[in-house]
Design a protein around this ligand. Structure first.
Ligand code: AMP
Length: 285
């Protein structure tokens, strides 16, 4: 028996704004989970969190062209809106917001948001313009859906910090709720991009989490030297056939500033490439 309740699919920006103001006028709170679709258990954990924190849950599904750089996987990115809606229906989601690119970025589109500093390190160095694209789409979704609560995964840690800073700097009354990373049994963080991996690459990719946890154990055993800690991690990655490493760094967990000596609350963040697939992961010290 199908216990799912129907999800209302809204593609029009105006309709989404009308829907949201209507439910809010009735005193209901609105929660949003911004996604690019290709939903997996990690996304669904975010949806469950939104369900607990808001009366009405909106899952946006939009592969945002302006956060992809040249040569990245915008065209190849998996799109399966019907399958995604089936998954979120089981969690009692009210609305799937599925705008088209032309609804969000019409031809004469000219306005962008940048969170300076935070966007210029880690992934920002390897994906120029990426976080400008992220901040812009997130602010647009916030303005369209007018949520009380927005749920983001710690998997995209830099993105989370950028969104939190934007909300604070721009005085938005939105509660940002972070959700811990959901992993496979191997430790590999769930990602829509894992589907691109060959079985061998998938096995090697599990060593990203091995490297991160090894660094954390070493820190807990008293090693606070950032250079030594990251060197250990790089060695583990290389031993597992991962030599294309964009970065493996330890930084302040809030400001993302560089540090020499590690302390509790720091973030250990990594981005690596297996063939054409770029994976990111992180762990807190
Ligand atoms: P994406 O569809 O990749 O843009 O991701 C949408 C949201 O899901 C972001 O807030 C991600 O951080 C979050 N997310 C993706 N993978 C995971 C995961 N394995 N665990 C927790 N959150 C995740």
């Amino acid at each position: 028996m199908n216990m799912s309740s129907p999800v209302e699919q809204i593609s029009s920006v105006d309709e989404m704004q009308r829907y949201s103001s209507e439910v809010k006028s009735k005193g209901c709170s609105v929660g949003i989970v911004p996604t690019m679709g290709a939903l997996h258990r990690g996304h669904l954990r975010l949806v469950e969190t939104a369900r607990k924190n808001a009366d009405v849950v909106v899952v946006s599904i939009f592969v945002n062209p302006i956060q992809f750089g040249e040569g990245e996987d915008y065209n190849e990115y998996k799109r399966d809106i019907a399958g995604d809606i089936e998954k979120i229906a089981k969690l009692g989601v009210e609305v799937a917001f599925t705008p088209g690119v032309e609804d969000i970025f019409p031809d004469n589109y000219r306005s962008y948001v940048e969170v300076t500093g935070l966007q210029d390190c880690l992934c920002g160095l390897f994906r120029p313009g990426h976080f400008k694209g992220v901040a812009t789409i997130v602010l647009k979704l916030f303005n369209i859906v007018n949520p009380d609560v927005a749920v983001f995964g710690e998997k995209d840690y830099q993105q989370l910090k950028i969104v939190q800073k934007m909300v604070n700097d721009l005085n938005l009354s939105i509660d940002i709720v972070p959700v811990p990373i959901v992993r496979e049994e191997s430790g590999l963080a769930l990602s829509s991009r894992n589907e691109y991996l060959t079985p061998e690459q998938r096995r090697d990719a599990a060593s990203i989490y091995t490297a991160l946890t090894y660094i954390r154990s070493s820190f807990r055993n008293g090693n606070t030297n950032v250079k030594k800690l990251t060197d250990i991690g790089v060695k583990i990655l290389k031993k597992n056939n991962i030599s294309d490493i964009d970065y493996l760094e330890i930084r302040d967990g809030n400001t993302l500033d560089e540090i020499d000596s590690a302390y509790s609350g720091n973030i250990v963040a990594a981005a690596v490439r297996l063939g054409d697939t770029r994976l990111i992961d992180n762990i807190k010290l």
